[in-house]
Design a protein around this ligand. Structure first.
Ligand SMILES: [Zn+2]
Ligand SMILES: [Zn+2]
Length: 137
């Protein structure tokens, strides 16, 4: 990171016994931001992590302390997309299923969600079509 002034960056950090709190600008999501021509990211927790580890993983960084403006590298954990999916999807078993009982693939286009359950759009359309033909007769 040639050209990047680390001292100026740390001027904006209030190191408490636990969290290192960013005192500079924060975006609407509560993350600290620092603008520098030498860096590819503005997010201060990513900058801090990169300074500490010497590299920046191409992954979201999770705040273990839940303070979004904390830049303590010990409180940051790189999250793999696998973990992310598991955290956002409650039903692990249903998340593993890739096809409906009738063999249609659960693609984003073919998946409807009703109260947390996945419903196959192709099967639903088929049921609707059968109902309509019955009504005509
Ligand atoms: Zn923290
Ligand atoms: Zn189906």
């Amino acid at each position: 990171m040639s050209g990047f002034n680390e001292a100026l960056f740390w001027n904006n950090v209030n190191k408490t016994d636990t969290c290192w709190l960013w005192t500079g600008y924060r975006n609407k999501d509560g993350y600290g931001e620092y603008k520098s021509d030498y860096l590819t990211t503005r997010l201060v927790h990513r900058i801090s992590y990169a300074l500490d580890k010497g590299e920046l993983p191409n992954l979201p960084l999770d705040h273990l302390c839940r303070h979004r403006h904390c830049v303590n590298p010990d409180h940051l954990e790189a999250v793999t997309s696998k973990v992310n999916t598991r955290r956002s999807d409650v039903g692990l078993n249903s998340a593993n299923k890739t096809h409906c009982p009738h063999g249609h693939e659960y693609t984003p286009e073919n998946t409807l969600r009703y109260s947390g359950k996945r419903v196959c759009r192709a099967c639903k359309n088929e049921r609707n079509r059968q109902r309509r033909t019955k009504e005509k007769k």
